[in-house]
Ligand binder design. Structure first.
Ligand code: GDP
Ligand code: MG
Length: 219
């Protein structure tokens, strides 16, 4: 059940390549701080923030994770995905490898949850670092359009787009919850029925177009 009193509780999971800025985005949003120091995230952790969306109090529980391994088969993975209302898929606009990995993360969500129903917003982070030599993200944008995923550009460092990205996923998650509540008998608000297109045929092909990245540190 996602509603307690007058507040709606939403669990948002943040996924993406190591170093893309997942932890930084969560911290920027929840604590208004940014740290340039790189600190590995171990396992899964969450922070909360209460916002008002369409005159409604919403408690966002934002779950952050180490992004380098598939861990859904263990207990940390179960805890991470269980009851999620929406997902943020984060990539780094300066890293082609992080773009390629988006498909892997989307597939993992579908794999673990057994459906394509979870609302997704793709976040293009580190736009403050974007330059002429940054990889083209046109394929990512097209992939998002094809799959009905939002696509929002952010800088956790300069606090650009972070609140917009969180608001976007929160709005989609609430919409999915509401539409689900309408379709389900009372007391069954738990499962989701928002429909997304069958995504199994959509793949990014960036892998073939860019040089293999130098190995990145594990997060
Ligand atoms: P995670 O592995 O996805 O959790 O990534 P982190 O949040 O730990 O960030 C990895 C590194 O990128 C850290 O050194 C951050 O300070 C840096 N970083 C994160 N977001 C941004 C951003 O928007 N701009 C810049 N310039 N650096 C960022
Ligand atoms: Mg992290």
């Amino acid at each position: 059940m996602a509603t307690s009193g007058t507040k709606t509780n939403l669990k948002i999971i943040v996924l993406g390549a190591a170093n893309a800025g997942k932890t930084s985005l969560m911290k920027r949003y929840c604590t208004s701080r940014f740290s340039p120091a790189r600190k590995a995230t171990i396992g899964a952790d969450f922070m909360t923030k209460t916002i008002t969306l369409n005159d409604e109090d919403v408690v966002l529980q934002i779950w952050d994770t180490a992004g380098s391994e598939r861990f859904h088969q263990n207990s940390v993975g179960n805890m991470f995905y269980r009851g999620a209302h929406g997902a943020m898929l984060v990539y780094d606009v300066t890293s082609a490898a992080s773009m390629t990995q988006l498909v892997k993360w989307r597939d993992e969500i579908v794999d673990v949850l057994g459906s394509t129903d979870l609302p997704v917003v793709v976040v293009a982070n580190k736009i403050d670092l974007r330059s002429e030599s940054s990889p083209d993200n046109a394929e990512v944008v097209a992939w998002c359009t094809d799959n009905y995923y939002g696509h929002i550009e952010t800088s956790a460092k300069d606090d650009i787009g972070v609140a917009a990205a969180m608001n976007a996923i929160a709005s989609l998650a609430i919409e999915a919850l509401r539409s689900n509540a309408e379709k389900m008998p009372q007391n069954s608000v738990g499962s989701r029925t928002a429909s997304f297109r069958d995504t199994s045929r959509d793949t990014l092909t960036l892998e073939n177009r860019y040089e293999k990245p130098k190995s990145s540190a594990c997060c």
